[in-house]
Ligand binder design. Structure first.
Ligand code: FDP
Length: 346
């Protein structure tokens, strides 16, 4: 007798395109007008253009691009500035996007009125995260977050961006790695799509991603250990202490590219920390376009994200480029880290 493999409903959708997936998701919401399909499609287009440039990054020197000028005499843009422009141009004429803010822009880009139809959303993004890794051919990424704009009319304002992460409608990232993947959530689970470069399309490869409740990996820049708070040092020492029953010691994995470190831990389980330290009490990472989107994704995948005291998603931002300490990953690992950081465990 022939056996038929049992597949879950999520697995049955494997292989569908990103665009169809968003459209199917959108259909579940009565009254949806295809806005998300448009926005995420534009983000996916931008990511493909950035991906093509990232893949060529190593060729810049040998193709004869010297200094700041290329062979046509044009100025060569840094890849992160280039990526910033690609995402901005992909989104500034869609109609529903009233303003964009990014790591590469000091102030928000307010979309001119004539390009708006409904103009009810703002998008925050980090066009090329982990950019110090570009020159050495290590995975980097882009991060995005879509919010409804609370001010309903006139040009968008700074306050439209200053919303806690709980208000995000959609968040995601693209990892430019050994393959290129787009992972996103709209608050209904997390799905990952892999780019097939031969046809230029993202296909659902990782339906309904769930982060393991506990991992075996910790990711932190140990080079900063001299400036860590005692409690962080005690937690990291604890992870290295052998206890077979508890699954310790953990393995250290740190790429120094948030998207890549986060993506690995999301799939394998583990914890990523970028704590505040004596030099930088708020840490390094930015709340609105790094920590909040990742926190939304990890919570949707069953994990947790904290600034060491409370939920990342509940922080009310005061500034566009605000930094926050970050502890993110498997639920039980984050809970244990917080016991150390609060002084409850030592
Ligand atoms: P980068 O400076 O290379 O852009 O916030 C940016 C970021 O990388 C993150 O992607 C990464 O997790 C972190 O900084 C790495 O910082 P350290 O070099 O201080 O560890």
């Amino acid at each position: 007798m022939q056996r038929t493999a049992v597949t879950t409903p999520a697995q049955q959708t494997k292989g569908i395109t990103l665009e169809r997936h968003i459209r199917d998701e959108e259909r579940k919401h009565p009254g949806a007008r295809g806005v998300f399909t448009r926005l995420v499609s534009q983000i996916s287009l931008a990511s493909k253009i950035v991906n093509a440039e990232v893949n060529k990054a190593g060729l810049v020197e040998i193709l004869g691009l010297t200094g700041h000028t290329n062979i046509q005499g044009e100025e060569v843009q840094k890849l992160d500035e280039y990526a910033n422009e690609v995402f901005r141009r992909a989104l500034d004429h869609t109609g529903p996007v009233a303003a964009l803010a990014s790591e590469e822009m000091e102030d928000p880009y307010i979309v001119p009125g004539e390009l708006l139809d409904e103009g009810q959303y703002v998008v925050v993004y980090d066009p090329l995260d982990g950019s110090s890794n570009i020159d050495v051919n290590v995975s980097i990424g882009s991060i995005f977050s879509i919010l409804r704009r609370p001010t309903k009319s006139g040009p968008a304002r700074l306050e439209d961006f200053l919303q806690p992460g709980t208000k995000q409608l959609c968040a995601g990232y693209i990892i430019y790695g050994s393959s290129t993947m787009l992972v996103y959530t709209t608050g209904n689970g997390v799905n990952g799509f892999t780019l097939d470069p031969s046809v230029g399309e993202f296909f659902l490869s990782h339906p309904d991603i769930q982060i393991p409740p506990r991992g075996k990996i910790y990711s932190i820049n140990e080079g900063n250990s001299a400036t860590w708070d005692e409690r962080v040092s005690r937690y990291v020492a604890h992870l290295k202490k052998e206890d077979k029953a508890a699954g310790r010691p953990y393995s250290a994995r740190y790429i120094g590219s948030l998207v890549a470190d986060f993506h690995r831990n999301l799939l394998k389980g583990g914890i990523f920390l970028y704590p505040g330290d004596k030099k930088s009490p708020s840490g390094k990472l930015r709340l609105l376009y790094e920590c909040s989107p990742m926190a939304f994704i990890v919570e949707q995948a069953g994990g947790a994200a904290s600034d060491g005291k409370g939920r990342i998603l509940e922080i009310q931002p005061a500034k566009l480029h605000q930094r926050t300490p970050l502890v993110i990953g498997s639920r039980e690992d984050v809970a244990e880290a917080l016991r150390f950081l609060s002084g409850e465990a030592s």
